[in-house]
Design a protein around this ligand. Structure first.
Ligand SMILES: NC(=O)c1ccc[n+]([C@@H]2O[C@H](COP(=O)([O-])OP(=O)(O)OC[C@H]3O[C@@H](n4cnc5c(N)ncnc54)[C@H](OP(=O)(O)O)[C@@H]3O)[C@@H](O)[C@H]2O)c1
Length: 332
């Protein structure tokens, strides 16, 4: 995938490959996008052309590919709500600079980042410090912003509180346990399979979901931050103290769970949603700060890299919960 050109110009001394570009194109909801060679997307006013280097494969992207999300694009479409790359042409962003792309309907209402080239609204493009790993640049914002929003904006975790985090070896979960620990909480991290116990970042106490009980958790918790949903949410809710808070982030293990309303009132636990789409601006500065710490190795976000022609494998690993952390397509 080398040798890029826009309007016939070479970029960073690379060889010109031609006026075509590879993209993963979704033609039917419920199928997987196909990798095709197509003409370079033409520049448009108010838009930036980005040579993508990396793109996230996230659960939101899979919900869109499956046609199971409240906002869906017209087909055919290039999925990919988060990516990173080099600016090829733009009226507002310096050419040759490293940027990340997300928001403004990218991968949701218009073509996204699962392509060598993307033409995206200028406002969807954000500067990233030079030297940042492109995979980290495209993958950090969703887990970092969501972890920060869950711990600080929604749960308002206080020092000394006990916080239970599910999916604690996942992308959002791994950052959530670290952000909660830094907020002064005692953190317990829940994982679904024994292989993940060693992948929960310190200083969290790891616990298997199948063994969740007041004994294994050490009594009730003040806060639950759930990234898994389904039956895991139902079981974990029982461990929250009366007047505690339960924050729902995701639903990888199931979109539904039944609540007995009488029990819900008796338990007196607030169940609160996190929506990064409505909180992205509010947490942007904090997420950027976390990026600096991730780059410096002071925080951990595991990343799996996959080639775009192995999309099916990447998707399977994410869907089954086998993936360790952020799943990223290497488009370089
Ligand atoms: N609310 C928001 O604004 C927002 C923002 C970002 C992400 N999210 C959502 O948060 C959730 C977690 O995102 P993430 O990026 O952290 O994902 P992730 O890295 O894949 O982690 C999700 C975890 O869910 C668990 N899991 C249980 N059953 C699963 C199954 N059947 N398939 C896949 N995973 C399963 C896995 O942990 P165990 O194996 O340990 O159980 C997995 O590590 C997703 O639902 C995502 O859409 C929401």
């Amino acid at each position: 995938m080398s040798g890029e050109t826009v309007s016939g110009e070479t970029v960073s001394g690379e060889t010109v490959r031609g006026e075509t570009s590879r993209a993963l194109v979704l033609e039917r909801f419920g199928s997987l996008p196909r990798l095709i060679e197509r003409p370079l997307p033409p520049p448009q006013p108010g838009h930036t052309v980005v040579r993508m280097l990396a793109a996230q494969v996230g659960h939101l992207d899979l919900n869109i590919v499956d046609g199971r999300f409240g906002i869906l694009p017209d087909l055919p479409v290039v999925p990919g709500t988060n990516g990173s790359g080099i600016v090829l042409s733009s009226d507002t962003h310096p050419e040759g600079s490293l940027v990340r792309v997300n928001g403004k309907g990218v991968g949701l209402r218009r073509d996204g980042c699962w392509a060598e080239h993307a033409v995206v609204p200028d406002a969807a493009v954000k500067a990233v410090p030079e030297g940042t790993d492109p995979a980290l640049a495209c993958g950090f914002f969703s887990p970092a912003g969501t972890a920060w929003a869950a711990v600080h904006s929604v749960a308002a975790v206080r020092p000394g509180e006990r916080v239970l985090v599910t999916g604690a070896a996942g992308a959002v979960g791994a950052l959530t346990v670290q952000v909660a620990a830094r907020a002064g909480a005692e953190v317990i991290g829940v994982v679904g399979r024994p292989a993940k116990l060693d992948h929960v970042p310190a200083p969290t106490k790891p616990v298997l979901a199948a063994e969740l009980s007041p004994e294994t958790v050490g009594g009730q918790v003040d806060v639950l931050i759930d990234t898994v949903g389904g039956s895991v949410l139902r079981d974990a809710l029982d461990l929250v103290r009366p007047r505690g808070r339960a924050v729902l982030v995701g639903y990888t293990a199931g979109r539904e769970f039944a609540v007995d309303l009488a029990d819900f009132l008796l338990a007196d636990v607030a169940l609160l949603p996190v929506n990064l789409m409505t909180r992205g601006r509010e947490v942007a500065a904090d997420a950027e700060r976390l990026l600096a710490e991730l780059s410096a190795g002071e925080l951990t976000l595991p990343i799996e890299r996959h080639s775009p022609d192995r999309l099916a494998e990447a998707v399977t690993r994410l869907r089954t919960g086998e993936a360790m952390g952020k799943v990223v397509l290497d488009l370089s």
